[in-house]
Ligand binder design. Structure first.
Ligand code: 4NP
Length: 158
């Protein structure tokens, strides 16, 4: 069975495209690419059609990770086409939950904060690096790498 995972942030140009690329990179390393489908989206539409932020692409490429996705906005269809919708912060989580109410709460996806999968930590939000300095992108990548390792282990051991 293929598990479909959607990572969601605000703009879909920093955190969620990085999460998508890290997820794909780790799946490839582990030989699990055929077990998953992955995508990312933003709750907002300001950056639709654009590549990920160049600062995030640079920070990821220094780790050997290529961020190739093009920004799109989350849609109502996503709630039935994905198994898991993973939000980067509480504001994303609340926007996604509000949107889901248009479906009268009847849909397939489980909506969770991504950092639920971060082991040995009580941090539940991936900070928004957009208005910060270069260092912010690297610490976001550290958090994402650890949480996604936990996510893959969790799904794979189910
Ligand atoms: P993201 O970061 O949600 O991680 O993609 C942001 C990107 C753009 C904006 C805010 C956050 N913005 O305000 O345009």
């Amino acid at each position: 069975m293929v598990v479909k995972v959607l990572f969601v942030c605000l703009g879909n140009i920093c955190r969620s495209p990085a999460a998508e690329a890290i997820f794909l990179h780790k799946l490839e390393e582990k030989g699990l690419l055929d077990k998953f489908e992955v995508d990312s989206a933003g709750t907002g539409d300001w950056h639709v059609g654009r590549k990920a932020d160049s600062r995030m692409r640079k920070a990821a490429s220094l780790r050997g990770i290529d961020i190739a996705s093009i920004a799109r906005q989350i849609s109502l269809d996503d709630f039935n086409s994905f198994d898991l919708i993973l939000a980067m912060d509480n504001s994303n989580l609340s926007d996604i939950t509000s949107l889901s109410k248009q479906l009268n709460s009847s849909f397939k996806a489980k909506i969770q904060p991504l950092l639920l999968y971060l082991r040995n930590s009580n941090i539940l939000e991936v900070p928004d690096p957009y208005y910060g300095g270069e260092k912010g992108f690297d610490s976001v990548l550290d958090l994402l790498e650890q949480a996604i390792e936990g996510l893959i282990n969790d799904i794979n051991n189910d």
